[in-house]
Design a protein around this ligand. Structure first.
Ligand code: HAM
Length: 361
């Protein structure tokens, strides 16, 4: 008989056998983050709903369809965090970190929540490793971020990653691009999915983000999609060229993806992702980009930033499917006691446990 209670749909238990892989991956990641000079920050699992609505964008899937929004007993409008960036930047402002140092390198690890349709690699509670470099507008900051991003995967044994990259420009260039996209899609407008038709009106860039296969077939039918990169201004273009040159110097393999727009609204200039095809439809292992307008949007002084998040569940799923071995924990001691030595064994095991892993019969 099935047990009366089961984990809520889209969530999972991580049993001790699986946790070995998680702990190993987390420890490897911490090592890389320390060597890059990043410091950990921990923020609450829930925040004001409005914080996420403002930053992720009212028309994003995350806000429209995927938010765990609730009222607490004091009638506050709250939401479980669907990502880290908004909470980290809220904390950055609340504690005046900008006044303490010009540049901050911050990382976090923990669960995030999105009410999506559960499938392979897509959960309602999942874990991210999140990194933010706040305070630098330099292309070198983007390069550092992307290099760190790749080095985290490499520390887990991924050696064949290609980063996909685009520039999403500024709000003004995106509006111009939105008009170009509307014109391009006009001939197939009625054949697009209902979501995309709606987005074509409210936020045409989001159409490129569609998960509807029928829509993607229409894009292929139309061919020659207008390019965001053709709409960005001269400063954004120079930034873009400098980032590409930096990636080449750092030895990072990349590909330009003109359709890459990211699912959250706060990005400016560089946007990037890595994918693994073995995951099927949910192929993004991680992604990020620059968000130069975000702090201002939250009421702070203009502050540039760039960051990314890695979906740990997906990365570990791929490693497991590839049969990557996890080093087993250090060998321990086993104390076997006979009846006359049972009392002595208790004391001995306790003393040994100050230095060694000990299992007592
Ligand atoms: P994101 O692309 O929304 O970015 O999420 C990052 C990663 O989280 C995805 O690439 C994917 O691996 C994983 N992920 C997303 N949804 C799910 C899900 N339902 N189940 C399992 N894994 C999932 C962000 O969250 C940004 N805050 C990244 C960032 C930081 N940008 C700047 N700073």
């Amino acid at each position: 008989m099935a047990p009366r209670f089961q984990a809520p749909r889209g969530t999972r238990d991580l049993l001790p056998d699986e946790l070995g892989r998680w702990q190993w991956a987390e420890a490897r990641a911490r090592g890389v983050l320390e060597r890059y000079g990043y410091r950990e920050i921990r923020t609450p699992l829930f925040e004001e709903f409005e914080l996420f609505a403002r930053t992720s964008g009212e028309s994003s899937d995350v806000v429209q369809k995927e938010m765990y929004r609730f009222r607490d007993l004091g009638d506050r409008d709250l939401a479980l965090r669907p990502e880290f960036t908004a909470g980290v930047m809220r904390a950055y402002l609340e504690h005046g970190l900008g006044g303490r140092a010009r540049v901050h390198r911050l990382w976090s690890l923990g669960p995030v929540f999105r009410y999506g349709r559960p499938q392979k690699g897509r959960y309602r509670q999942f874990s991210q490793i999140n990194c933010e470099l706040v305070g630098s507008p330099a292309p070198g900051a983007d390069v550092e971020m992307i290099t760190l991003f790749v080095d985290l995967y490499e520390a887990w044994g991924f050696h064949d990653l290609t980063v996909t990259l685009n520039s999403v420009g500024q709000p003004a260039s995106r509006r111009a691009y939105g008009d170009a996209l509307r014109a391009w899609l006009a001939p197939v407008r009625e054949r697009l999915g209902a979501d995309s038709q709606q987005r074509l009106v409210t936020n045409p860039l989001r159409v490129l983000d569609t998960k509807d296969e029928g829509d993607h077939a229409l894009f292929r039918e139309l061919g020659d999609m207008p390019r965001l990169l053709d709409a960005v201004d001269a400063d954004d273009r120079a930034h873009w060229e400098a980032v590409l040159a930096g990636l080449e110097a750092a030895g990072i393999r990349y590909e330009v993806d003109h359709g890459l727009v990211r699912g959250l609204d706060y990005y400016t200039r560089t946007a990037f992702e890595v994918h693994d095809r073995s995951l099927g439809a949910q192929s993004a292992l991680g992604g990020g980009g620059r968000y130069d307008g975000l702090v201002e949007e939250l009421g702070g002084a203009p502050t540039p930033g760039v960051g990314f998040a890695i979906g740990l569940d997906r990365a570990l799923l791929v490693l497991e499917e590839r049969g990557a071995a996890v080093p087993s924990p250090a060998a321990g001691l086993y104390v076997a006691a006979m009846e006359p030595t049972r009392a002595a064994a208790l004391g001995l095991a306790r003393a040994l446990r100050r230095r060694f892993a000990v299992e007592l019969d």
